[in-house]
Ligand binder design. Structure first.
Ligand SMILES: [Cu+2]
Length: 359
């Protein structure tokens, strides 16, 4: 009896395997080198099967745009000015490709909002009526998603679902009430693997209507991302087909080009981590522990605030941390996946910055 069951099992397994084999073969034989792969014009289509193809690395085309100019600004994430029209705060964004310097002598081809990586910070107060006019000067379509902001469905920026893609040369207007208060971001939702990897992201901060009882003296937003550069060309930093990132940036800069944050001894410091790449980053602070005061924009009640010295920020997540700078000196803040603190495999670099505490 046992032998019969054993034989039956073997035969069943053989049948299952033979049924699976042709499927696996046909998958492996996907006509990836044919013109219908969607990659011939440098624009991967959402349906392309690159993830399954070991030759994807060869097929990846660099991020390009005609007549890319060097960026005229050097700092990303700066506050975006607005004008007021009938009680509405009106912001203007233009998507465009620029050559963006992440490090002395290292320049990426970036897709940007208003020519910087990250794009400019939109900062408003909870309940504000906000209008954002987006002009697309990229060679590809795009949309903007307001990550974590509670917008009406039609403003959610998902191409083919809530809106048509904004074609090159076209303009689209987003309008919504800013809510709730917290740390959010905006980013492309069109071929995000390419466009977000190429720099189409920026912070979106909504301040509470009731001002903070104990506001921080220093309030910095740090957007974390990755890049893939080969022979001076920029690729989407995606973890597939052997494509691994080799540069890592905080607010569009790799150490030692990252900003040094200067604070006075005794200052309450708030850092808002936003991970917008495709990797997790355990961010570690030297010197003093911190409290996690908000997660994904939402305040953590004081009794539930964890005291830590490392917080892992996964793609899409935000963590607001606060600490009091108690000792003077140069205190390092860095990702603890130590490959992420290199520039093209050379240490130190990448996701590091200094917090300089002065008297
Ligand atoms: Cu990291």
């Amino acid at each position: 009896m046992i032998r019969k069951i054993f034989l039956f099992t073997i035969i069943s397994l053989a049948l299952i395997l033979s049924a699976c084999a042709p499927a696996a073969t046909s998958n492996g034989d996907m006509p990836m080198n044919n013109d219908n792969s969607g990659m011939t014009d440098g624009t991967p289509t959402p349906g392309s099967m690159m993830m399954d193809n070991p030759e994807a690395a060869h097929m990846m085309e660099p991020i390009t745009a005609p007549n890319v100019q060097p960026a005229t600004e050097t700092e990303g994430g700066q506050l975006l000015e607005y004008r007021e029209e009938n009680g509405v705060k009106v912001f203007e964004l233009t998507t465009k490709a620029v050559q963006w310097e992440i490090l002395d002598g290292v320049t990426v081809t970036a897709f940007t909002y208003n020519g910087t990586v990250p794009g400019p910070m939109i900062r408003v107060t909870e309940g504000d009526q906000v209008r954002i006019i987006v002009k697309n000067e990229l060679p590809d379509p795009t949309t903007i998603h307001w990550h974590g902001v509670e917008v009406p469905n039609a403003m959610d920026g998902v191409p083919g679902v809530t809106q048509d893609p904004i074609q090159p040369g076209e303009t689209f207007t987003y309008e919504f009430t800013a809510k709730p208060a917290g740390t959010f971001m905006y980013h492309s939702h069109y071929e995000g693997d390419v466009q977000v990897g190429a720099g189409l992201y920026a912070p979106f901060i909504i301040d509470p209507k009731e001002p903070d009882a104990n506001p921080p003296v220093v309030d910095k937003t740090l957007m974390i991302s990755e890049w893939r550069m080969i022979d001076g060309q920029t690729f989407a930093a995606m973890p597939m087909g052997g494509m691994e990132p080799n540069y890592f940036t905080i607010n569009g800069k790799s150490f030692p080009a990252t900003e040094t944050i200067t604070v006075k001894k005794g200052d309450l410091v708030r850092l808002r981590f936003i991970a917008i790449g495709q990797f997790i980053h355990p961010m570690h602070l030297h010197g003093v522990p911190f409290k996690i005061v908000a997660t994904d924009g939402h305040p953590v009640p004081e009794a539930a605030q964890l005291t830590k010295d490392t917080v892992s920020v996964a793609p899409g997540e935000r963590y607001d941390i606060e600490f009091v700078a108690t000792e003077t000196g140069q205190w390092m803040l860095h990702c603890h996946i130590l490959h992420h603190t290199t520039n093209d495999n050379v240490e130190p670099g990448g996701l590091m910055l200094m917090i300089e505490v002065v008297e």
